[in-house]
Ligand binder design. Sequence first.
Ligand SMILES: Nc1ncnc2c1ncn2[C@@H]1O[C@H](COP(=O)(O)OP(=O)(O)O)[C@@H](O)[C@H]1O
Ligand SMILES: [Mg+2]
Length: 267
Amino acid sequence: MAIQTAYKNENIENADKKIVYDTKDLNLWYGEDQALKNINFPIYENEVTAIIGPSGCGKSTYIKTLNRMVELVPIVRISGEILYRGKNIFDKSYKEEELRTRVGMVFQKPNPFPKSIYDNIAYGPRIHGIRSKKVLDEIVEKSLRGAAIWDEVKDRLHENAYGLSGGQQQRICIARCLAIEPDVILMDEPTSALDPISTLKIEELVQELKKDFSIIIVTHNMQQAARISDRTAFFLSGEVIEYAKTDKMFSNPSDKRTEDYITGRFG
Ligand SMILES: Nc1ncnc2c1ncn2[C@@H]1O[C@H](COP(=O)(O)OP(=O)(O)O)[C@@H](O)[C@H]1O
Ligand SMILES: [Mg+2]
């Protein structure tokens, strides 16, 4: 019940904000096991939305539902709707290419291709038919600058991306997303494999990127959610227990379970 009220209040308070994704009555099962239960909340444009909650609560499942990647698991069954820019992504007539070109994803473990830094970034644009070296050069530079790694790699663009540190590889993966000029960037615990300095760099980068993109970030690090997000959804056992502005959730949570979680009483 709490979430219903929170959701209505949010709608009134944010009547002028554009909604990128709206999730309505979403349920998801892996075979017999229900992993997402009646999820309802919006994601707003040019904000960072954090998804928090203990291990196994459905954070990765939810974020992979937003780009339909979760449907690669054969036993998955879904009910409800996810509207992306007003269109239900589960509609038979929905064109999946739209999600692939508009929604980028960054994973927990940096996963550059075993190719040069340049070819990692040029990969998506080439798939979209861009052949001109001049145009590709421009995209590569712009994307690497956007991911705050240009200065570190500009003299070694033709070296293998595997030679970079983990934190640099993760920024290469972000640059690879930027190269397709996405609308939304999904990040699933993008710093959990990184050292504190690389983590800080990614956090600063996320703050920069939200000016141009909408970002949804899964994190099990509550300080990180509090530092970098505008809104937070707290998941527990497949349900959204609370969804609110991050300041509100961390200073004055509405639900006892949220309070217990953010004060470190479990998870
Ligand atoms: N491919 C899968 N097949 C079956 N069950 C899965 C699969 N992926 C995740 N699950 C189950 O779904 C639940 C949520 O998992 P997940 O979304 O990975 O949680 P989180 O990212 O919050 O740790 C867990 O119970 C997990 O075991
Ligand atoms: Mg996960």
